[in-house]
Design a binder for this molecule. Structure first.
Ligand SMILES: [Mg+2]
Length: 136
């Protein structure tokens, strides 16, 4: 799954433009989700040096993102935005401290993401059963 994750207030306490204290288990949870095959996209309003500080902060802790404010992989050709592409990052799940209902703790986030993934897998299998039955 593609998971878009906010930085300030989500991975770290909100101290923008400074970097707050890490939210308990945020980085470890994200590393685990990446290790399980999810594509993590850093989804933040930071840009320029402030964005680089956030990327470096995560990198120093062993967390690297598939994409940064973009669905295109880091280091790929045309990684950045252009006028012909939408600025919206497309993801299966968005993790943001401004979620309706607020940000759950990271243990709960992990369970919710995996629950959602299992649900989708189950739906896919269910669909393929009918496809098999009717050949569609
Ligand atoms: Mg935020």
């Amino acid at each position: 799954m593609t998971i878009a994750v906010d930085f300030d207030g989500t991975i770290v306490d909100h101290k923008y433009p400074d970097i707050g204290k890490e939210k308990p288990f945020a980085i470890d949870t994200l590393k685990q989700l990446a290790a399980e095959g999810n594509k993590l996209i850093l989804w933040t309003s930071r840009d320029g040096d402030l964005l680089q500080e956030a990327v470096d902060y995560c990198h120093k802790r062993g967390l690297d993102f598939y994409g940064i404010n973009s669905n295109r992989p880091v280091g790929s050709l045309f990684e950045g935005r252009s006028l012909s592409t939408s600025v919206k990052v497309v993801a299966d799940v968005y993790i943001d401290d401004k979620n309706l209902g607020g940000l759950p703790d990271w243990g709960t986030i992990y369970e919710m993401v995996n629950g959602f993934r299992m649900e989708r897998r189950h739906k896919k299998q269910h669909k393929s059963f009918w496809k098999r039955l009717f050949g569609k």
